[in-house]
Design a protein around this ligand. Structure first.
Ligand code: KG4
Ligand code: ZN
Length: 331
């Protein structure tokens, strides 16, 4: 029975997961409405809100699970990557909580947590698999030999997919977070009326670049505003279609090249309906199995952290109480 704690960005989250599979409780306190007025996450504000919320969020996870503090076997917490101040709130709380209870501490990489969200819900995933991790801070393609062994085969050279959604939503006046806002606007628009490039980077097949797409969208939008046109819905639809096409085609071609029969989606952008539908269609055409987490487990949550920690618990791979938080992946 593992308690997970997640505070890497703007969600204060705690969850209890049994045997790395069964979500007993999953509490998420989102700060979105607070950051919305600033048009994006303000790191200092996020840290302060985590401090205010962490104790009651953890308590709520125990109450929902109808468990006492002593009933858990370990405390798992995200220690990288993320906003450093935000990470430190969760990590410090987790250290104190584990030390006070005399339970082991397990530090978890946030991106491994996102990938693990798939295993919380799908019990029969076969390997090898190609996993597309798309969040606000990261875009990577991984070749997974099995659940514990993976290799990064491609990454973004510049903006992450979620970051591109957020930036484009911002200049279209759609607000924060940009992904859900663009998805909603796109549902009322049509792709193809505005025309954006599909940047495939032919020579580096599995690398991504979204900054050019974002700039192209911005230039096209400014030009169209000067002509007195401003169809936000059509621009949102074209931007989403371009980004989704790039993500889907690279993922499918990686699966075929590496002879992986399974495709996994992970991270906040995996909540995108167009991405889920387009990937499902292409995967079916190619005879590939596709898995993605349910919406609540795509975006930031602590169940994925508690779940991922089960491997380390099983192998008695615990973290020392002086372990630090890191803003980047491998610092
Ligand atoms: O994984 P996540 O919750 O936090 C990070 O680890 O970054 O991902 C947040 C990102 C944001 O950029 C947000 O705009 C994007 O995921 N996102 C979406 C959708 N829901 C969240 N992007 C596209 N479509 C969505 N429905
Ligand atoms: Zn995340």
């Amino acid at each position: 029975m593992i308690l997970g704690i997640e505070t890497s960005c703007d969600e204060t989250a705690a969850a209890i997961v049994k045997n790395g599979r069964e979500v007993i409780s999953n509490v998420i306190n989102s700060q979105i409405s607070i950051h919305q007025q600033f048009g994006g996450v303000v790191p200092e504000v996020a840290s302060r809100k985590h401090i205010e919320n962490i104790a009651w969020v953890v308590d709520a996870a125990f109450k929902d699970a109808a468990l006492n503090y002593q009933d858990i076997d370990a405390v798992a917490v995200t220690n990288m990557p993320g906003l450093i101040g935000a990470l430190l709130v969760g990590l410090s709380f987790a250290k104190a909580f584990a030390y006070g209870l005399g339970k082991p501490l397990i530090a978890v990489n946030h991106l491994e947590g996102h990938i693990y969200a798939n295993f919380l819900e799908h019990k029969d995933i076969e390997f090898p698999a190609i996993c597309l991790v798309v969040s606000g801070g990261h875009t990577s393609l991984l070749y997974m030999k099995n659940a514990g062994e993976s290799e990064v085969i491609g990454e973004t050279r510049d903006d992450a997919a979620g970051e591109a959604f957020d930036k484009v939503a911002r200049f279209l006046g759609l607000g924060y977070p940009g992904g859900p806002a663009i998805q909603k606007a796109a549902q009322m628009g049509q792709p193809g009326i505005y025309k954006l490039p599909r940047v495939f980077l032919d020579r580096n097949e599995y690398e991504f670049s979204f900054s050019g797409l974002k700039t192209a969208a911005m230039n096209l939008w400014m030009k169209s505003l000067r002509r007195g046109e401003n169809n936000v819905e059509n621009m949102a639809a074209e931007f989403q279609a371009a980004l989704v096409e790039i993500l889907v085609e690279k993922t499918i071609s990686a699966a075929l090249h590496y002879k992986a029969g399974t495709v996994l989606l992970a991270g906040g952008v995996a909540a995108n309906q167009a991405l889920r539908e387009t990937m499902a269609r292409r995967a079916q055409n190619e005879g590939l199995k596709l898995y993605y987490p349910s919406l609540k487990l795509c975006t930031d949550n602590a169940a994925m952290i508690a779940g991922r920690a089960y491997y380390d618990y099983y192998n008695r791979n615990f973290s020392p109480l002086n372990i630090n938080a890191h803003p980047n992946l491998f610092s």
